[in-house]
Design a protein around this ligand. Structure first.
Ligand code: ZN
Length: 335
């Protein structure tokens, strides 16, 4: 069994994008525009077509079994419009994921995006999380630590601002993948710098907080291999020491997990060497940020199964990374 814990619906049929464009046009005339949720017409056949030659084809080719699937991350766009814009958009995106999990219950398990909106509280996000877990059978959420899209206007993850969300996550026993969306600050490339900055920043914010002390059972996945964290593990350990914090193992590593969305063998080897096996979940983020073929290997960059297969670890470790750890972290996962 191989569980890919990080996939997005990057191939959604055109009417989803048309809906978003209409939202943006209405906002261009009136930034406070609320509008109505409305409907998006997408047929089951359109959904099948969008997946058969993309995520499902790659699942089959690469021999992975199930993908923990969420709406397209770069399209979450929490900074666009106001809280109503975000609420309606998010509901539609999550409902589409729910339909996919009904059409392909063997292949996809849902994770929701949240209707975060800069400068607003998390009530609507908590209520959407509740809906997706209890009504749709989803198993987690994607939580952005920077809904401003690259301007970093939200308080850090240790701030009490986030605590109502953490309380709900603990109550429902669901993890959050900490995942930003597109960057509207031209200093950052979305997938090349903003995502990785955010991953690294999330780890440091959690390290300098009391979140894991206040919520001993909370679970976070830091994607994209943990950003710069595994590579700079000595720096983080040294900083923890200088700050008179407990060791990272004690402070964070019962609550924080990294995925394997690292697109070369040496990167995966380093991740597996530095970070305990129990903290690593298999993922590819396909079809996603890097879609091409590596000229050095002749294989897709995001075919991360190959790197884990080729890594010098025991079969027991491989089984934990491929499925065992995901089953523990996503405790609602029923396969
Ligand atoms: Zn992602």
């Amino acid at each position: 069994m191989i569980i890919d814990c990080h996939g997005h619906y990057t191939t959604a049929p055109a009417p989803l994008g048309d809906y978003r464009d209409a939202q943006k046009s209405a906002l261009a005339n009136d930034a406070s525009h609320h509008g109505e949720k409305g409907a998006i017409k997408i047929t089951d056949d359109q959904i099948r077509e969008s997946l058969e030659n993309a995520q499902l084809k790659l699942q089959r080719e690469r021999g992975t079994d199930v993908t923990i699937f969420s709406p397209r991350a770069s399209w979450m766009g929490h900074h666009i419009g106001n809280s109503w814009t975000s609420k309606y958009w998010t509901e539609h995106c999550n409902e589409l994921i729910y339909r996919i999990t009904r059409l392909y219950p063997e292949n996809f398990v849902g994770v929701c995006q949240l209707p975060q909106s800069p400068g607003t509280d998390l009530k609507s996000s908590i209520s959407e999380l509740n809906r997706c877990i209890n009504e749709f059978g989803f198993v987690g959420c994607n939580l952005s630590l920077d809904p401003s899209g690259g301007f970093w206007t939200s308080p850090p993850l240790g701030d009490r601002y986030w605590y109502p969300m953490y309380e709900k996550m603990v109550e429902l026993d669901v993890p959050a993948m900490i995942h930003v969306s597109e960057a509207c600050n031209p200093c950052f490339h979305a997938t090349g710098s903003h995502y990785l900055n955010a991953d690294t920043t999330a780890f440091m914010q959690l390290m300098t907080s009391t979140v894991t002390k206040d919520f001993p059972t909370i679970k976070f996945i830091i994607p994209h291999g943990g950003g710069a964290v595994p590579y700079h593990w000595g720096r983080f350990r040294g900083l923890a020491d200088m700050m008179k914090l407990p060791s990272l193992d004690e402070l964070l590593m019962n609550n924080v997990y990294f995925d394997t969305c690292v697109y070369h063998q040496a990167g995966i080897d380093l991740l597996l060497k530095v970070i305990s096996t129990k903290n690593i979940l298999f993922a590819s983020e396909m079809v996603g940020a890097v879609r091409g073929i590596d000229s050095e290997t002749g294989h897709y960059f995001d075919d991360t199964r190959r790197y884990v297969d080729n890594a010098e670890i025991t079969d027991e470790q491989r089984a934990a990374i491929f499925a065992g750890n995901a089953r523990k972290v996503y405790s609602r996962l029923k396969l």
